[in-house]
Design a protein around this ligand. Structure first.
Ligand code: ADP
Ligand code: MG
Ligand code: MG
Length: 210
């Protein structure tokens, strides 16, 4: 099974719907350990992506992802804007000129995006950031490829793993971003950016899920 361009477009549309639905929840999480704008940031960013999508939906996957990244970079702001923006801009690199992606190409796309976030944010595993979810996803996807799982099965495993990784952020002390200013008081709260990363993986799985 391949992930088609139409499914990539639907993925982005689904992200926009989910970030609208989860706006207040994400903002509440960010009020606990940050400045309370994360839900607003993600909702604003993906609303802008929705405005741009119609003009690029007939282009290749790389172009669509690159446009998404540049739009998020310009509209989210804060710490997470450059990180999610970089994710899509990097994800676009290997998908240039492609109209569909097999599992290896989906893995390449996501792992390029995740590497971009790591390079830009310099967060380590356990720092209580979105990287805790992204790196778990990358690991799960590598394993799925080695086991030659189907794309739906691989993405289902990624969502399960993302949920576990997200839950693990609760007990971590933040070492990066605003939450790190709280020191030990950041312990006991789920990380907002990691929650958004999980939402994006859920939205992707929903495009191929049975
Ligand atoms: P801001 O903190 O500027 O208000 P947001 O509230 O939109 O930005 O995003 C906060 C999220 O950004 C955090 O929950 C965390 O997951 C993520 N984040 C912050 N700094 C980093 C970093 N250096 N690397 C990876 N993720 C980070
Ligand atoms: Mg914030
Ligand atoms: Mg902010």
């Amino acid at each position: 099974m391949e992930l088609t361009k139409q499914q990539i477009v639907s993925w982005l549309e689904r992200c926009a719907v989910m970030f609208a639905e989860q706006r207040d929840f994400l903002t509440q999480l960010d009020s606990d350990i940050g400045d309370g704008d994360h839900g607003l940031n993600m909702n604003r960013g993906f609303n802008k992506v929705m405005e741009k999508l119609p003009s690029v939906a007939d282009k290749d996957i790389g172009f669509i992802l690159k446009t998404t990244g540049m739009t998020l970079l310009a509209s989210i702001g804060g710490a997470s804007g450059p990180l999610f923006g970089t994710f899509f801009i990097r994800a676009a690199q290997s998908t240039d000129a492609k109209q569909s992606l097999n599992i290896d190409e989906v893995h390449q796309m996501l792992s390029d995006g995740i590497k971009g976030i790591e390079m830009r944010g310099k967060a380590e595993p356990g720092d209580k950031t979105m990287c805790d979810v992204w790196l778990a996803v990358e690991d799960e996807l590598s394993q799925a490829r080695q086991q030659q799982l189907s794309l739906p099965q691989a993405l289902e495993n990624c969502v399960e793993r993302a949920n576990r990784a997200l839950n693990d952020t609760i007990l971590m002390q933040a070492k990066k971003g605003r939450a790190s200013y709280l020191g030990e008081r950041s312990i006991g709260h789920q990380d907002p950016g990691a929650t958004s990363a999980k939402i994006m993986m859920e939205a992707l799985y929903q495009q191929v899920g049975r």
